[in-house]
Design a protein. Sequence first.
Lengths: 272, 371
Amino acid sequence: MTDGNVLPGEGSSAGYGRVVPDGVDTSHGPILYLDDVTVSFDGFRALNKLSLTIDDGELRCIIGPNGAGKTTMMDVITGKTRADSGSAFFGQSIDLSRLSEAQIAHAGIGRKFQKPTVFENHTVFENLELAMKVDKRVWPSLRARLSGAQLESIAATLELIQLKENAHRPAGLLSHGQKQWLEIGMLLMQEPRLLLLDEPVAGMTDEETERTAQLLTGLAGERSVVVVEHDMEFIARIANVVTVLHEGSVLAEGTLEQVQGDERVIEVYLGR
Amino acid sequence: MKPEHPILLSSQGVPLFSKYGWLAIALFAAVVLVLLPCLYLFLPPSHPLHVSAYLVTLLGKFMCYAVMAMAINLIWGYAGILSLGHGLFFALGGYALGMYLMRGIGLEGQYQSHLPDFMVFLDWKDYPWYWSFTDHFWYAALLVVLVPGLLALVFGFFAFRSRIKGVYFSIITQALTFAFMLLFFRNETGFGGNNGFTDFKRILGARIADPGTRATLMVLTGVYLLGVFILMRSLLRSKLGRVLTAIRDSESRLMFSGYNPLGYKLFVWTLSAVLCGIAGALYVPQVGIINPGEMSPANSIEAVVWVAVGGRGTLLGPLLGAGLVNGAKSWFTVAFPEYWLFFLGLLFILVTLFLPKGVVGGLEKWRGKPR
């Protein structure tokens, strides 16, 4: 509610239900701009003048050795960490550095954590219900009742992530791979324009990995997807454009073959 | 919904209570609100079924504690915010009504003055400004709600906005109640110093010592307890309840799902303080005294122990815990007065080790219920 972050022209109430009235302006193509972003922790530069743009509808893979700044980059985009300098824009007009985590989520950016993070004491159904795109302020929540259309949408997502049989089991009882799927399902319930996925196939069986690949490639086009992964086979399966991060900035960008052929990339990352 | 999603139907339209739940509530109401007051009021003291004034007052007191335990459980058990300062809200509610009760003494005090004895003693000539209008019951009742509520709202706003969590939050609440205790101990604060308020004579014209008044206060407390219990259940059944437990279990997931926890925390924190304050206001006329000792840090911790013993994060746990621990206390402080605190400490350790979800959690496990 009152979070100190008031958008220009938004008046005094930063009710995050109304932060972005008409969605994201992607008229120039890209949906995400990072420009010269620098983040330091105690002198360590986690991000070093990182510049990156993601096009609307694109599926982008980001790779890089440990400590390259992949997770910090997601933290900056989702409002968890503030950049020391540089700017982060969602579409043409939404300055991410001025919004709280909740407002950014509402603006249309969904994030999956590296470790699958679901509400373990809630049922699968309730997890999806909580994530669903609705007015998420206190009073509407107190009086919320699911409409038929909302039930349909939960049912459709349950179908998609193949957890219909488990709908009323606590999420804590799911397998690791199922939790990953549930978290992806929760992101989809948010109806984001941009999904940030941190290692979405970690701990999945080959079959689950294949299904995830299908799901993500199916999403691209209508939504933009950014995937951070270590699993090169998976990347080869889904990637168009791969960005290699190293020491907090972009080292190389291109198709997987181009990147794999790049001398500097081989040196820092693939050189085995 | 159409029948093609039968699996989804089960989470819609969950009844407020099951048939047995309503039956238990009706039974409680029949015994506490009707039977016991009748046995107390209409049977002569010589009758074997007569209920003594002591028991009626004790029950009223326990029910106030039980509401305090429910209030703590709301924020600790469900939203995961441990308050070690809820005694403050309880005491503030008590003091707010106590001001009205003090003015009701009239000229019957030791010094036969229109001022309370402690003010005469301080050589004050008139009530300080913040005692204005407290001779009106409805104004005092308003203060009972507003004082704990506003304090919680302001304190909570700054604490939650700064994202103070966990043990840091608990320690600050502990410091808050301690600071208020020191403030209220000072005679110059104008609330009777270490003696607090006592010697009440009447409430809304009725003599406080009358059996009818005692029974009425006890019944009112019982009604309030039931009301709070039903309120808890309906809150937790709503989506808001699920958001609260989500804050407890994974706050960052919730934020990245588009929820701002500040509003939710502030809402339940303030609600909890208000519920606690009203319980304090019901407590004072029944017990007949309020002093700064109620704000002592140990008091707030004891209330947390009730919830832990009964089972935090369960609907019945705080009721059971407040009853069990206070029942034990009533007996212990008569039988072995010097060992009570040792016993309380031991109880807390044992419950933490062997019944992490309290008595209710232990019973559920024993009955073989999953989760």
